[in-house]
Every structure is written in C-alpha cells, then in structure tokens.
Design a protein around this ligand. Structure first.
Ligand SMILES: *Cc1c(COP(=O)(O)O)cnc(C)c1O
Length: 240
C-alpha cells in the first residue's frame, strides 16, 4: 500500500475514535459503565475494504440489512470471525440462507418469521439467537411488534423450540425534538425491564439495541446497550 492510499480512509478511524469518546461521555453522564454499551458498525452499501479498516480499529460487531449483501461480503472480511447481526427486515423464504451465517437476527418482527426460524433451527439442531423488533412509534410503514401486544407475543415466541430471545431492537420515528426521541427510548427501556422481571423461559433480556448515527447519544442516556452506527462511521451511504 502506498502512503496516500493508507491515509485515504483515516476518516473512518477518526470517526470511530470520536464515537467511542461520545460513548464514554454519555455513560459518565448517565452514571453507567461504558463497557455496557457496544458499538456496532452498520455496513450496508459499504465495501469490504472500508469495513476492514473499522475492524482493524477494534470494531468487533457489524450489522447488515440484506441477506445477500451480508453473505457476499463474508469471505472478504478480516477477521472473518467478526460478529455479524442481521438488522433489516427478513423474508421467511430467506431464513434458510441466513441461519448459521449471522450470529444474531435482530429484526424478528412477526410470529410467522419467528416460527420459520424456529423450524429451520430445529431441523439443523442449532439454537437461533434473536432480538425482537418493537414498532415503538406504531408506524404503519415500519415492521415490528406493537408495544401493547408485546407481552403476549413474546410468550408465544418463548414457547417455540430452538430459539433464544436476547433482547429488543427498535427504530423510533424520526423526531424533530430531542425530548421526543428520548421518550421513545424511555418506553423501550421500560418494556425491556418489564420483560426482564417476568423471567420467561428461553428469554434472556440483556440486549437493548437502540440508537443510530443521529440519536445514539440520547439512546445511551436512556439505557441502550448496543448502538447501530453507519453513516457517522463510514460517511453518507451511496445507494447505487
Ligand atoms: C441503516 C441502519 C442503521 C444505521 O443508520 P445510520 O443512521 O447510518 O447510523 C441502524 N439500524 C438499522 C436497522 C439500519 O437499517
């Protein structure tokens, strides 16, 4: 590598450093231990060369939205053992392709999808690690369980075999006001704690996946344990 090409992606390293500082600051402000918050690099539309820069900075978790995109990048990643989560809507007919390749499916948004994952995991004699996506703003255009039926749904899912629920994920509505977004994160945190206290079989509530580039600070202040950051690390996405 020439000197200039090794500097071309320095912004990625700098962005990661800045976000880690933000994590530490927000945790200090909230009286939390900074090790409670994990930083995921969201790598959709980002080429493997840039992802590998992030991995060389110690990023140990990436998120992709699409099954095909995740699978095609896997052989190019260094180290290949980096933890990978699927965070985009998953069609039931793609469960077979992603199971065993992603370490966690964060975007389980229906009973039908959960039951397909359970069936496929059972066939292979593995346990599928999942988060449940909550449509916290009850938006028509978004998928996810509504908060009011959530307890009933999580009980149904907990009875499915070969599935383990590790926590919750949400993408709140776009909010103009800081207080408004914090309100949604607060509701998620309440739901998370409520379910933790119920001690449901096959449910081990320890991951609260909240916060993206525009709102990860608010999410950490409200209790997020996993922030999913894309454009603040890699720059604006270029959808071709
Ligand atoms: C794209 C995406 C992100 C990251 O978004 P940024 O605003 O670029 O940080 C996080 N979570 C999900 C589910 C996404 O689809």
């Amino acid at each position: 590598m020439t000197k200039s090409s090794s500097n071309e992606f320095d912004y990625i390293s700098e962005n990661i450093k800045r976000i880690r500082e933000d994590i530490a600051l927000c945790c200090a402000k909230a009286g939390r231990d900074e090790n409670e918050v994990r930083l995921m690099a969201v790598t959709k539309t980002v080429e493997a060369e840039k992802i590998n820069i992030a991995l060389s900075e110690g990023i140990d978790l990436i998120g992709e939205n699409k099954v095909q995109e995740l699978l095609s990048k896997l052989p190019l990643l260094e180290p290949k053992t980096v933890e990978k989560h699927l965070i985009g809507h998953l069609q039931t007919n793609k469960v077979r392709q992603i199971l065993g390749r992603a370490d966690m499916i964060e975007s389980v948004d229906s009973i039908r999808l959960a039951s397909e994952i359970s069936l496929e995991a059972k066939k292979r004699n593995i346990t599928a690690d999942i988060l449940l996506e909550v449509n916290i703003g009850k938006e028509e255009a978004k998928s996810g369980f509504f908060p009011e039926d959530f307890i009933e749904n999580i009980h149904m899912i907990s009875e499915m075999s070969n599935i383990r629920v590790h926590g919750l994920m949400a993408i709140p509505p776009i909010c103009a006001e800081n207080d408004e977004i914090r309100g949604y994160f607060y509701k998620m945190r309440k739901l998370f704690i409520d379910i933790q206290s119920k001690k449901i079989d096959n449910v081990d509530m320890h991951v609260l996946s909240l916060g993206m580039s525009g709102d990860y600070k608010e999410a950490i202040l409200e209790g997020s344990t996993l922030i999913r950051v894309g454009s603040s690390i890699f720059g604006e996405r270029n959808y071709k």
